[in-house]
Design a protein around this ligand. Structure first.
Ligand code: 13P
Ligand code: SF4
Length: 311
């Protein structure tokens, strides 16, 4: 297909999506790692925390969730009366899939005094077994808010490690999960880019390893990165997270330059969603994500607790 043919096709698809959205009274929520053209049509673009808040507040009948499964599940947990659709049902999060309900249950038995903090990148079942949730945007304040000296932090060991360094007075026991996309970003990548672009500020996601975090100027959620890049006086940034965020950073800050810390940090699951699949999702009302009521109630308790402490 030529570039011109591609543009004409996209125009037709965009029109179709617009009409279907009106017909279904739908809203499109998209994560900052989505491909550029999906980001561009979203009614709301954000990080896990912002997307959860939006899902809880919307009056739309249908939420088309352009992200990964745990995010769509969180929307369904918070908004059970809405229909939550995922344009691609295979868009999962390998990090979230590293922890299941049974391993959490046996882990809790080993540490009966501990409080469980579940990163939002978990299944609904794991959330239901946890005391409180957190996201990368609020992990530190959530852990600080917990009235316990021992905390089981599930499932990301790097985020757990970063929070533990910030709050040394609490004993944080990390579950051994990790995000393989963020682990592609190495300390050597940052060192090389700092040498090449000495004026650049280094912003990284807390799912990176501590050797990367140590070299950063700021450790931020994806939403935090977007806010920070806008207000910082720096003109150049080295960005240590999934590369999809560069589309938004460049679009919102055309006068600034953004370098990916490692251009192979690509989340394949996030890239499964396309304009064609969004149109099909709205047209055929697929693929619905619904959390069973018994799990949803308990999971909602943990998510609501988080939203009460730190929005
Ligand atoms: P954010 O909540 O910071 O957007 O992170 C979500 C995520 O999956 C990071 O890999
Ligand atoms: Fe999950 Fe990592 Fe992809 Fe984020 S980047 S959705 S943590 S696999």
């Amino acid at each position: 297909m030529t570039e011109v043919e591609g543009k004409i096709m996209n125009k037709g698809l965009l029109q179709k999506i617009k009409e279907l959205k009106r017909k279904r009274n739908a809203i499109i929520l998209a994560h900052n790692y989505q491909v550029g053209e999906v980001q561009d049509i979203a009614d709301y673009l954000g990080d896990s925390l912002g997307l959860s808040i939006k899902a809880a507040q919307t009056k739309a009948d249908v939420i088309v969730f352009c992200g990964v499964k745990f995010m769509a599940e969180t929307a369904s947990i918070l908004s059970p009366e809405r229909i939550v659709l995922m344009p691609d049902k295979n868009s999962g999060c390998p990090l979230a899939d590293m922890a299941d309900k049974n391993s959490l249950k046996s882990w809790k038995k080993r540490y009966p005094e501990a409080t469980t903090v579940a990163y939002v990148n978990t299944t609904a079942e794991v959330k239901a077994e946890s005391d409180i949730c957190c996201t990368s945007a609020n992990a530190e304040s959530i852990v600080n808010s917990v009235d316990a000296s021992q905390i089981l932090f599930i499932p990301d060991k790097h985020l757990a490690d970063w929070v533990a360094k910030k709050i040394p007075e609490k004993k944080i026991i990390p579950y051994p999960g990790y995000c393989s996309v963020h682990m592609k970003i190495l300390a050597e990548d940052i060192i090389k880019l700092k040498e090449k672009y000495p004026e650049a500020e280094v912003i990284v996601h807390p799912e990176c390893t501590f050797s990367v975090i140590k070299l950063a100027d700021k450790v931020l959620s994806t939403g935090g990165m977007c806010k920070y890049a806008g207000k910082s006086k720096a003109k150049e940034f080295v960005v240590g997270t999934e590369v999809g965020i560069l589309h938004r950073l460049k679009k919102e800050n055309p006068e600034k330059i953004f370098y990916p810390a490692n251009s192979s940090a690509v989340c394949a699951d996030m890239k499964l969603i396309t304009l064609e699949k969004i149109a099909a999702s709205l047209s055929e009302m697929k693929y619905e994500v619904k959390v069973p009521e018994a799990i949803r109630k308990d999971a909602k308790r943990a998510v609501d607790k988080m939203l009460k402490v730190a929005r």
